[in-house]
Design a protein around this ligand. Structure first.
Ligand SMILES: [Zn+2]
Length: 424
C-alpha cells in the first residue's frame, strides 16, 4: 500500500513537473498584444555616396528600389491583420545607417526587426532564398522560428531553400550590422534575402513592381503565421510558433567546404554522348546544395544544378560524342563553400584501325586511358612514336632467344655425335 502511494505520488510529481515545464516554455514565448514589428527596406539613397546605398545592381535595377516596393507591400498587407503594429524604417529613397535602423526599432519598442533584401554573388553563381539570423540565445530562437515561415513561403513560390543561417564577424559577434545592433537593444533582427538579382532565371520573378509586391504579400503572410494572427479577430494572447528552444552556446555557421568528393564514370552512351557518373561526398555541418562539373579539367564549369542526394548522387552528364577530356565535379554547401572532386581522364574517340595506322603519333595519342568501374585509370597498350607496338618487340626478342637456344641445342647434339664416333 505504501509502495503504491509512493508510486502514485511520484507520477503526480512527474505530471506536475512536465506541465510546469510546458507552462514555462509557453510563458517565455508569449507576447502581449499587439506585437510590434519593424520592416526595414535595405539600402537607400544616392548610389555610390556610400558603399551600401544602392545595394545589388544588375539588369539596370538597384536592390534598394526593389527592397522598398516589397517592404511597402508587406506593410500594407500586414496592417490588415489584428493584434499587430507595423512600422517601416524608410518610406522613401533615403540613406540610413545600420545603427539608425536599429535605433528606430528600439524607439518603437519593437518585438521583431525584419530587413528586406535581394541578393547577388560576386561570381554570379548562386540562386535561391536565404534568411540570416543572430547566432545567440533568444535572438537565434525567435529569428529561427520566424524564418521557417519565410522559407515555407519561398519554397511554395518555387524558390530554392538556401537555409536559415548565422554569420559571425571578426569580433565574435553577429556579422550583419542590423542583427548585431538590434541584439544590443534586446530586439530580434533578421535579414531576408528573397532571391538573386544577378541570376537571369530568378530575376524574371522580380522584374516588375507587381512581382516585387507579391513577395511583400508573402512576407506578410509569413509574419502573420508565425504570430498566429487573423484578419478578422483580435487575439487575446500572441503565441509565436514554432517555439524554438534557446541554444546554450552560439550557433556557429559552417566554415568548411564539402569533404571527400569522389566521382567515377559508370558508363558511357556512344549514341547520346552522355556519361553516367556517381559522386560521393561528406558534409556533416551543413548540406550540399549545388553541383557543377567540368570536362576540361576544371577550367570551365557548368551552371550550378541542385544536388538531390544525401551523400551520394547519380548523374547523367552530356560530355559529347567521340570526345576526350578530363572530368571534375564541384560541390557547394548552402554556405557557398565549394569542394572539388578527383580528376578523371576519358577518351571516347574512335580508336585508329591497324590498316590505317598513322605514320607518326602526337603526344596525346601515345597512350590510351581506360576508365575502370571504380573510377581509377588504367593505361592500356603503350604505343611507340614510330607506330611499332611494344608487343611486336617482345615477340621479336622471344623469337631471337628461341633461335639462339635451338642453335645451341643442335650444336650440342652434333658435338655429342662426334664424341661418340671419336671414342669408338
Ligand atoms: Zn542588400
Amino acid at each position: 500500500m505504501v509502495i503504491m502511494l509512493k508510486k502514485a505520488f511520484g507520477i503526480v510529481v512527474m505530471v506536475w513537473f512536465i506541465l510546469a515545464l510546458n507552462h514555462v516554455t509557453l510563458q517565455a514565448a508569449e507576447i502581449d498584444a499587439p506585437v510590434i514589428v519593424v520592416i526595414d527596406p535595405g539600402h537607400g539613397g544616392v548610389p555610390g555616396e556610400t558603399e551600401a546605398n544602392g545595394g545589388a545592381n544588375y539588369h539596370d535595377v538597384y536592390e534598394k528600389d526593389l527592397n522598398l516596393e516589397t517592404a511597402l507591400a508587406m506593410k500594407k498587407e500586414l496592417e490588415e491583420y489584428q493584434g499587430i503594429e507595423v512600422y517601416i524604417t524608410r518610406e522613401n529613397d533615403v540613406e540610413m545607417s545600420l545603427k539608425e535602423r536599429a535605433e528606430f526599432a528600439k524607439e518603437k519598442n519593437a518585438d521583431m526587426f525584419i530587413s528586406i533584401h535581394y541578393n547577388a554573388s560576386a561570381d554570379h553563381l548562386f540562386y535561391g532564398s536565404e534568411v540570416w539570423i543572430s547566432a545567440f540565445g533568444e535572438f537565434y530562437a525567435n529569428g529561427y522560428g520566424l524564418a521557417t515561415h519565410f522559407m515555407n513561403q519561398f519554397r511554395e513560390a518555387g524558390f530554392v531553400d538556401k537555409g536559415i543561417k548565422t554569420r559571425i564577424g571578426e569580433s565574435g559577434s553577429d556579422y550583419y550590422g542590423v542583427i548585431r545592433h538590434c541584439a544590443e537593444f534586446g530586439i530580434t533582427g533578421i535579414i531576408v534575402e528573397h532571391c538573386y538579382l544577378d541570376d537571369d532565371v530568378e530575376f524574371k520573378n522580380v522584374d516588375t513592381v507587381e512581382k516585387q509586391r507579391i513577395f511583400g504579400v508573402r512576407d506578410a503572410v509569413a509574419v502573420a503565421e508565425y504570430y498566429g494572427l487573423d484578419k478578422d479577430s483580435s487575439p487575446e494572447k500572441i503565441v509565436p510558433a514554432p517555439d524554438i528552444s534557446i541554444p546554450d552556446a552560439p550557433v556557429l555557421p559552417d566554415d568548411t567546404e564539402p569533404q571527400n568528393i569522389v566521382c567515377s564514370i559508370q558508363s558511357f552512351d556512344e549514341k547520346t554522348g552522355s556519361a553516367q557518373i556517381i559522386i560521393t561526398a561528406e558534409e556533416k555541418e551543413s548540406r550540399i546544395l549545388y553541383y557543377s562539373y567540368s570536362v576540361d579539367g576544371g577550367k570551365n564549369f557548368s551552371r550550378l544544378s541542385l544536388w538531390d542526394g544525401e551523400d551520394t548522387m547519380k548523374l547523367e552528364i552530356p560530355i559529347g560524342k567521340e570526345t576526350a577530356g578530363t572530368l571534375q565535379v564541384r560541390l557547394y554547401n548552402n554556405y557557398n563553400l565549394k569542394g572539388d572532386s578527383n580528376l578523371i581522364s576519358f577518351d571516347y574517340r574512335k580508336k585508329p584501325q591497324k590498316s590505317d595506322k598513322k605514320e607518326s603519333y602526337d603526344l596525346e595519342d601515345a597512350y590510351e586511358i581506360k576508365i575502370l568501374p571504380d573510377g581509377t585509370e588504367e593505361t592500356e597498350t603503350t604505343v611507340l612514336t614510330d607506330g611499332t607496338e611494344m608487343i611486336d618487340i617482345v615477340i621479336i626478342i622471344l623469337s631471337l632467344i628461341f633461335f639462339v637456344l635451338a642453335g645451341v641445342f643442335v650444336s650440342l647434339l652434333v658435338a655429342m655425335h662426334w664424341n661418340k664416333k671419336m671414342s669408338r
